[in-house]
Write a protein that binds this ligand. Sequence first.
Ligand code: FMN
Length: 346
Amino acid sequence: LNEPLNVAEVIERAAATVEPNVWCYFEGGAGDEVTLRSNVAAFRRWLLRPRMLVDVAEVSTATTVLGTPVSMPLGIAPFALQRLLDPEAERAISRASSAAGALMTVPTLTSYTHGELNAAAQGPRWLQLYVQRDRQLTLDHLAEVREAGYGAVVLTVDLPYVGRRERDLRLGFAVPADLRLHYGTLVDVAPDLTWRDLEWVRDATELPLVLKGILTHEDATLAVDHGADAVWVSNHGGRQLDGVAASLDALPEVVEAVGGRCEVYVDGGFRRGTDVLKALALGARAAFAARAVAAGLAVGGEAGVAHVLELFRGEIELGLALLGCTSPDQVSRSHVEPTVPYDPPA
Ligand SMILES: Cc1cc2nc3c(=O)[nH]c(=O)nc-3n(C[C@H](O)[C@H](O)[C@H](O)COP(=O)(O)O)c2cc1C
């Protein structure tokens, strides 16, 4: 009876469990947190349009991302400093996501090495990359990743500098000096990365390249023109530039610009299976969640993450059936409509 029934309840519990001067880092956003709130609110601006009298006796949530089979169209977004929530950190998430067949994105700022993570579990895994000022560190990082079972490199492009997160400042959050991070730090992220560097990243790895942090059709077009294998719509969970569009609202213009030339993903504010269905209807191949998973980790370690993933999977499955779809592929633009008249960007 005490099990959290949904992701919002898991998040509530995490907020009540973790020290405030630590949880602020996971929960908070930049500036006035307008974008942080907007990410969640955006889902309310779209209504589902279910179809009736469809045979939904057999429903599967399984899909693929960049050709890799996954159990559902909801993966784990990269988030740093997991060890502050649980000693097993990225290892706990790796085990839980592998058991669930869900995709995990391992952050550059991980407390376990790629070798340790590969030894812990071998489920579908992508690497999130922050290019460091010292490019050699990034080359070494990518070399180490070669044997570690990753399916793609997710290059984060929306953090030339860290956004100003006032909750952290108010509560005095600081990364503990003894927290080991193997592959870089936030303060050393390269602020001078440009489109021209993409070629350099491509040369340094054989893995497909995903660009994370795209919010405009202009950049979506540039991404495809520069050979990105996928585009990941994100505002970094409202933690970077405050006042940008909710991810879900930026998704349609990116999908249109990409025009089917590569897969499009989205993250920001996902708490419900129906949130994921709305993203699929608007053209995303898959959605990702960070804070929902962080909350699961904080509340119950590996089991807490497993619980959050199962909440999402179960809600996606039921949602598909009630929408009149038997698989994620069947969700189309006709399955959503805006609650208010919607003017697509020109
Ligand atoms: C605590 C925290 C740390 C994060 N660290 C990273 C990171 O190291 N690299 C990255 O690309 N994105 C990072 N993100 C952004 C997430 O990958 C993702 O874009 C965003 O949080 C999704 O929104 P959600 O938290 O509402 O699910 C972080 C997000 C949070 C909440």
